[in-house]
Write a protein that binds this ligand. Structure first.
Ligand code: PLP
Length: 396
């Protein structure tokens, strides 16, 4: 019998695909050498943080010997950091935001957990479009709720609003969207978001309680060819943006994330009080000191987008030449091609034979596809070309 809770023992028995690929990758790298393994399994940004981050770190270090330099602070972050973030997000989101409409936490993941703890009662549901970032299911289950996946339109991975409407019921407390999307790279259009906001207005009225719209957008900065990433904050009073500096500043290990609410939210003060408390009682306590200093120093910077854009082109060329069926990602750093032969797990295993690591779509609630993360050097993409071609020739 396990010493762990039933749920955690169960999770461990069904280790995530990303974790399985990570382990398979470790074995392959030990056997063939890291240079001979083409690892597209992890979304760990490999670009260096912009130079403003190192400057911020040095400036902070000059004061690191002072009392309380690393002390506790208000649970939602330093007041000055919230001011700066609010000014930055006002520009980015196109709505006027004050410091008390934003809150800092421990990465988008920590803030999502704080939010769900604040609004979900046991037995309630969060809806998200599949394919989706697999952690969402764990986050909502942490707070006694459950994730209900609604399949996106299969031809273009746009949100299927009719399917969403059919899935919303009295237990629906949150609808979560992720645009630019992990794993598809799709960016939701203004028309789709406006229609989604309208649907949620109507459904909230029908059930007599607001349904939250959470936009998880750590890839907002990464939109190619000038495609617009519309903000949900002006569209719906119960909209909340959750994001972080993990990708735009390549700071995922430093855990700086935040939530920003619509300026039209009538109960903003109550929600912020809730988030301040849940940030504390979930054990995050407060966002990291150093991370907030780095954020403030680098708010006007971002990693070099041109590098991601060049890799996207290179990957598209490799996949096209090999004969894969895929949509060009409009944003983020993933491709989500169709699995040749239809069985995503079998195909990802065929790629492993070629020392190419990918993640089956099943890991994102969408069998029949596989995900490739291009947070790798362009050379890795080009060197994997033969492996991609051989795997497809064998299975496709
Ligand atoms: N949401 C999505 C869609 C992600 O891909 C990730 C990380 O990969 C996160 C949230 C979590 O990001 P953070 O490092 O800010 O917790």
């Amino acid at each position: 019998m396990s010493i762990l809770s039933h749920s955690v023992a169960g999770y461990l028995d069904h280790a995530s695909w990303i974790r399985r690929m990570f382990e398979a990758g470790g074995q392959l790298k030990a056997r063939y050498g890291a240079d001979n393994v083409y690892d597209f399994s992890l979304g760990n940004p490999d670009l260096p943080a912009p130079s403003a981050v190192a400057h911020g770190l040095r400036a902070f270090a000059a004061h690191a010997g002072e009392p309380f330099a690393f002390g506790y602070m208000p649970n939602g972050g330093f007041a000055w950091a919230r001011e700066k973030l609010a000014a930055h997000l006002s520009k980015e989101q196109g709505v006027p935001l004050k410091a008390d409409q934003v809150i800092l936490g421990c990465g988008a993941a920590g803030v999502l957990n704080a939010f769900l703890r604040a609004v979900i009662d046991p037995g309630e549901e969060m809806l998200a479009f599949a394919p989706y970032f697999v952690e969402y299911g764990f986050y909502v289950a942490n707070h006694g709720g459950s994730l209900r996946a609604v399949m996106s339109h299969k031809d273009d991975f746009r949100p299927d609003l009719a399917a969403l409407e059919a899935a919303i019921g009295p237990k629906t407390r949150v609808v979560l969207i992720n645009s630019p999307n992990n794993p598809t790279g799709v960016i939701y259009s203004r028309e789709d978001l406006t229609a989604l906001a309208e649907l949620l207005e109507n459904k909230s009225q029908e059930y007599g309680r607001p349904i939250w719209l959470v936009a998880d957008e750590p890839y907002r900065f990464l939109a190619y060819d000038g495609v617009e990433v519309p903000s949900v904050l002006p569209l719906y009073p119960y909209a909340v943006v959750v994001s972080s500096f993990s990708k735009c500043l390549s700071l995922p290990g430093e855990r700086v994330g935040y939530a920003a609410v619509s300026p039209r939210l009538p109960e903003a003060e109550e929600l912020m009080a809730g988030l301040t408390l849940t940030n504390r009682i979930l054990g995050f306590v407060n966002p990291p000191v150093v991370g907030q200093h780095l954020m403030a120093a680098a708010l006007d910077s971002q990693v070099d987008l041109a590098v991601y854009a060049a890799r996207r082109k290179a990957m598209a060329q490799v996949l096209t030449e090999a004969g894969y069926d895929f949509l060009m990602p409009a944003g983020a750093f993933y491709f989500f091609p169709k699995a040749p032969g239809g069985d995503d797990v079998a195909f990802v295993n065929a790629l492993v034979e070629e020392r190419v690591l990918a993640v089956p779509g099943s890991g994102f609630g969408c069998p029949g596809y596989f995900r490739l993360a291009f947070c790798v050097d362009e050379g890795v993409i080009r060197n994997a070309a033969e492996g991609f071609a051989r795997a497809l020739a064998r299975i496709g």
